[in-house]
Write a protein that binds this ligand. Sequence first.
Ligand SMILES: CCCCCCCCCCCC(=O)SCCNC(=O)CCNC(=O)[C@H](O)C(C)(C)COP(=O)(O)OP(=O)(O)OC[C@H]1O[C@@H](n2cnc3c(N)ncnc32)[C@H](O)[C@@H]1OP(=O)(O)O
Length: 210
Amino acid sequence: MSGAMTERHMLGEDEAAPLAGLAARVRALTEAAVLTGVGADEARAVADEIAALTERLRAVRRDAPPFLVTDGHRMDRQGGNPVTGVLNPIAPPVDLDVTADGIVRAEFTLSDVYEGPPSYVHGGMSAMVLDQALGMAAAQTGVGGMTATLELRYRRPTPLGVPLTVEAKASRVEGRKIYASGTIAGPDGRVTVEATAMFVTPQHFLVHER
Ligand SMILES: CCCCCCCCCCCC(=O)SCCNC(=O)CCNC(=O)[C@H](O)C(C)(C)COP(=O)(O)OP(=O)(O)OC[C@H]1O[C@@H](n2cnc3c(N)ncnc32)[C@H](O)[C@@H]1OP(=O)(O)O
């Protein structure tokens, strides 16, 4: 089990690259598993091979997901993040970038693995991407915080398999409360999901930062 205060192994580029490659292969495996039409015998045979590979990876196990050594943004170092983490196969991953004026932005594509209603993105997945983007935007104001509220408006279905854009920006800071808003848009530029959120900086974040 991983705890918030667990000491993290820091991965340099040389260590991180092969693990990111491993995650990319597992990501492809996940999509293949969701879409495969192989028969029962082949499915069982592949499952046995995967079980053996899983044991090989478990042979050396860390207490918590490692962080990446980067000179970039704060969240980039969380290699196991389920939205942005290159080390996490369940992350698309969404490569969030921050502009000089604090706008957090990424282009990303969600495969059939993230299907909710047939042929469209699961609303919970859109929420997760927006939570991350708005959280990163909030962090640009200073310390950042935990999501206290996240409100979503699903304006139209979000399509799978095409380039989407997520954008987020902090709007104001009131004491330990940070407000942010953002959107996901389809390839035609039309907004599919709007989000507003409030993040609260826990007292112990301030103790750690100062
Ligand atoms: C760092 C790198 C990041 C880097 C970038 C991070 C990106 C991360 C993106 C993912 C973020 C997540 O998913 S975070 C995971 C999901 N969120 C959580 O699990 C949060 C669980 N909740 C908590 O830990 C806590 O409740 C907190 C931290 C939110 C608040 O606790 P607290 O600090 O004790 O707050 P407290 O003193 O009671 O209240 C302070 C003020 O905020 C208000 N307030 C508190 N909670 C709420 C609330 N849910 N809804 C409305 N208002 C609230 C209070 O009324 C009060 O207002 P007033 O009386 O002063 O007016």
